[in-house]
Design a protein around this ligand. Structure first.
Ligand SMILES: C[S@@+](CC[C@H](N)C(=O)[O-])C[C@H]1O[C@@H](n2cnc3c(N)ncnc32)[C@H](O)[C@@H]1O
Length: 245
């Protein structure tokens, strides 16, 4: 599972490879998502912030008085986030969303770039969402980005490889018959190593995820194509749900 991945050798090699793989411009992404933030935001949290590059881009774009938090289960990724936080003003929280709440605290919460759906059982994914719901203030906004199931099933190649400065990065994608569970296997090969890691992700239909969000109490404003990750990208294979408490 993803939660243990950053303590692996694979993670080190993968993090070195991701700039080539992702080519994301954090400030470009943050700028687009800021359109959904209310004017009077006082506290913002990035749930599943990983190495925190998006969290930092939000920090830079928001008024310095806004309190910014980044939460992730993985201490190794948070170490990287903390080290790259030049503002020294982001509150990094190491916690598992499944066991965490901070009732009525945040005006905006984001959960971005395929960070939701790691549980096969829908009741567990509901728990994950309900903890975010509880942590928002009344009328707090939640931005949730997920893979676009239709695009994944139609367009995602079964296998793919790219050359990175670290070595070759191979990706293999498999899904079950119902198209509800995606398994991603990545292999990194350089001259002396072969490192491999797999994760699974639940693929919800738009209607299915809307129902889930509503079940925990969210009101879903809309669901649209997620913003591109750079000016070069024309369309994305991710969806953005905009919901509020
Ligand atoms: C695909 S990465 C995305 C990271 C970040 N949002 C980004 O855009 O770079 C998913 C992140 O979710 C974190 N994660 C997974 N399950 C979690 C949980 N239950 N509680 C907190 N963090 C979790 C992982 O450690 C990982 O950093």
């Amino acid at each position: 599972m993803i939660n243990g991945w950053s303590s692996t050798e694979f993670a080190k090699a993968y993090l070195l490879s991701t700039p080539t793989l992702i080519q994301r411009e954090p400030s470009y992404v943050a700028e687009r998502l800021l359109n959904y933030f209310p004017d009077n935001v006082r506290a913002y949290i990035d749930i599943c912030c990983g190495t925190g590059d998006l969290t930092a881009a939000f920090r830079n774009a928001l008024n310095p008085e806004v309190k910014v938090y980044g939460l992730d289960i993985n201490p190794r990724l948070l170490d990287i986030a903390r080290d790259s936080d030049t503002t020294n003003s982001i509150n990094w929280i190491c916690a598992d969303v499944m066991n965490w709440t901070c009732p009525n605290t945040f005006d905006v919460a984001t959960c971005l770039f395929n960070s939701f759906g790691y549980h096969k059982r829908t009741c567990d994914n509901l728990t994950f969402l309900s903890h975010i719901y509880d942590s928002l203030n009344d009328k707090g906004i939640f931005l949730l980005e997920v893979p676009d199931r239709e695009a994944v099933l139609e367009k995602l190649p079964l296998q793919d490889w790219i050359k990175t400065p670290y070595g070759y990065l191979l990706s293999e994608y498999n899904w079950n018959k119902k198209g509800s569970w995606l398994r991603i296997t990545r292999v990194i090969i350089d001259k002396s190593h072969r490192l491999q890691f797999s994760i699974g992700l639940k693929l919800y239909t738009v209607r299915g995820l809307r129902r889930l969000l509503e079940k925990v109490g969210f009101r879903v404003l809309h669901c649209e194509s997620a913003p591109p990750i750079s000016p070069e990208q024309e369309e994305t294979d991710r969806l953005l749900f905009v919901a509020y408490k």
